[in-house]
Ligand binder design. Sequence first.
Ligand code: ASP
Ligand code: MG
Length: 408
Amino acid sequence: MALYVYKFGGTSVGSVERIKAVAEKIKKAHDQGHQLVVVVSAMSGETNRLTALAKEMQAQPSEREMDVLLSTGEQVTMSLLSMALHALGCDACSYTGSQVKILTDSSHTKARIQDIDDHKIRQDLEQGRVVVVAGFQGVDEKGNITTLGRGGSDTTAVALAAALKADECHIYTDVDGVYTTDPRIEPKARRLDKITFEEMLEMASLGSKVLQIRSVEFAGKYNVALRVLSSFKEGNGTLITYEESQMEKALISGIAFNRDEAKLTVTGVPDLPGVASKILGPIAEQNIEVDMIIQNIADDDTTDFTFTVHRNDYQRALEILKKVCQETGARQVTGADNIVKVSIVGVGMRSHAGIASTMFKTLADEGINIQMISTSEIKISVVVDEKYLELAVRSLHSVFGLDKKEQA
Ligand code: ASP
Ligand code: MG
């Protein structure tokens, strides 16, 4: 007998039929003798629908009221799922975040979990009940409802699994695991049986949308064995876990990419201390997140400065830089928003030299020009023209041996 936390995302509970199917799945595991805590998202589309309603009242609704509103989506699902379980003769009880008492800080719309009271849940489990908990929400010290940010139900599930010392946390979703890359770009992509927390974190921050980044951080920190599986298909999914020394190490575990990139360049900046902060300071003040940064010195005591931002921030960043350009006496500002970032990720990189050169040669052989490069211990990212996205992903997928074996 094991204690599991299951989480079902919006698509998995998107209709009455699907909620009933989820109930069947839970009942089956419960009948096998497992203790189950089930975290649910709002039915698919519901959080967006509520957000749109709010915008009809006010352009910038109060964040406190947004949390009160958005938390209702999950409350609908949790009660419906409990009813579906009752209908199957399975004892179940649902709780909102504040009822459990998932205590968070007071940062409305992006609150962080501080403590979970597992009292009530434990009591219910001992009574043989399935406990259903609304994802994505908590309560602050003053009793205000808070939410954890979009996709936050993953984090609720992982936090509960950590608090309850669950054997595993299962994230049921509409894909059957974590893939070596997006199968829509590379049909030869394979489902991974295992991936490390670190790799998953890189994949998630580089554009793979399977899990909320914060939930992976949390799982790594508290060593929660996390499994991503399909709600619709049987299978073992992908286990996200610590790096084991005997784990058969692939050099590269996956190819991630991000289409939402744009780059900006300031050329001919006088090369003086403080230049980087003069350029990036005003960008940060406007809450524009900067990703890759390159600075390069020219012969004439000037420097060129290039960095990337989210495509949505491109025009704003360009305007800001034009002003900065005048103030610093830089030569000119240029930019492009037709770029993408392609990254290779793998803990195997640590113990192998030559991965970067294999990557660069592969791209060169395909005639793909690399515009920017950045590296970390387990990742190499390049910026290329968006028209090469598919080609870059597929050629890297193949050269690093990730392609699915041909069926014999
Ligand atoms: N319902 C919330 C959202 O759509 C939380 C979640 O689904 O995880 O972002
Ligand atoms: Mg979701």
